[in-house]
Write a protein that binds this ligand. Structure first.
Ligand code: SF4
Length: 320
């Protein structure tokens, strides 16, 4: 899907299954292939339980894979030796949805941000660590003096800025942003997205930006991948996805985004998704979206559609 030379991350047939109870298997990520170019943002979108967070964490090696391959700069993330692994954990970072849960409340902000700098031996002495932390706080739009405070003293948006500073501390090249704005007020969401975009421009970062709906993703993404029940339904450039979505699930997600103009909103054709999301423990045979798809036909219940190219850089998993 992208030229070999500029691929930072390449995912081939990745599967991540979890054992649930005695004999049941939850197929959180089920045979997905995609790549991310150096310096781009790939938005990953889908409802809760679609496998997007598991996909991001398996790409970082936080979860062991069940099958397939994740290559970072051509090296298998799940088969790295200790030295490569250490280098990878410095280059590939994560920003979490809930910064309050991911930042230790007993530690001062200074220490939280300094952890990675210490672990990777990136400063000669304490004075240099302090200087770096203060610089990082300023970079994410916080007062450098805030280093002496605790996490509970900050608002949600400020905490997310601390989470971003912590990720930046080790000078990464690739960041998985795991729903970094979902828990924030709408007014703060745009500020965090703008901050991430500025950092990307200044530092040449590559992002996998995970979100549960499509409303904020267009702004930050070069390409968008839509997931449903562990599978990729559609992947293409952000412009093509929003202007000419081809998969019925993408169309339904887009039609659910409210439009600020009441007349346009009232005239909008809404594509309804009836039915519940099936369990990933026992997904339906054939197309996984069949029980909610308004266009489902007999072959959708019998054959699983593969991801196929329908246009330039546009791939869709649908029989129609
Ligand atoms: Fe709908 Fe069939 Fe396409 Fe699945 S393959 S999205 S059920 S039309």
């Amino acid at each position: 899907m992208t030229d070999n030379a500029d691929r930072l991350l390449e995912v081939r047939g990745l599967k991540k299954y979890f054992k649930v109870g005695k004999n049941k298997i939850l197929k959180a990520v089920d045979d997905v292939s995609f790549s991310i170019r150096q310096g781009e943002t790939l938005g990953v979108v889908g409802e809760s339980g679609c496998g997007k967070t598991t996909c991001g964490r398996t790409c970082l090696g936080i979860y062991p894979k069940t099958d397939g391959q994740v290559l970072y700069r051509g090296e298998d993330v799940h088969a790295m030796d200790k030295k490569s692994r250490q280098s990878f954990t410095k280059q590939a970072q994560i920003i979490f949805q809930d910064p309050y849960a991911s930042l230790d409340p007993k530690m001062k902000v200074q220490e939280i941000i300094a952890e990675g700098i210490r672990a990777h031996g990136m400063a000669k002495n304490e004075a240099e660590i302090r200087e770096r932390v203060e610089g990082l706080l300023a970079t994410v739009g916080l007062d450098p003096a805030y280093g002496s405070r605790y996490v509970h003293e900050f608002s949600g948006g400020q905490r997310q800025r601390i989470g971003i500073a912590r990720a930046l501390a080790v000078e990464p090249a690739f960041i998985v942003c795991d729903e970094p704005i979902s828990a924030l007020d709408v007014s703060i969401q745009a500020q965090i997205v703008n901050l991430l975009e500025r950092l990307q421009r200044e530092r040449g970062l590559t992002y996998m930006f995970i979100a549960h709906d499509l409303s904020m993703v267009r702004h930050i993404s070069d390409r968008v991948m839509v997931m449903y029940l562990g599978k990729i339904m559609e992947i293409t450039t952000a412009d093509q996805l929003y202007d000419s979505p081809r998969h019925p699930y993408t169309q339904a997600l887009l039609s659910a985004i409210p439009i600020p103009d009441p007349r346009v909103e009232a005239a909008k054709v809404r594509i309804r998704m009836d039915g519940e999301i099936p369990s990933p423990i026992d997904p339906p045979r054939g197309c996984r979206f069949q029980n909610r798809c308004p266009y489902a036909e007999q072959r959708c219940r019998e054959q699983e559609p593969g991801l196929r190219e329908v246009g330039d850089e546009h791939f869709v998993a649908c029989h129609l």
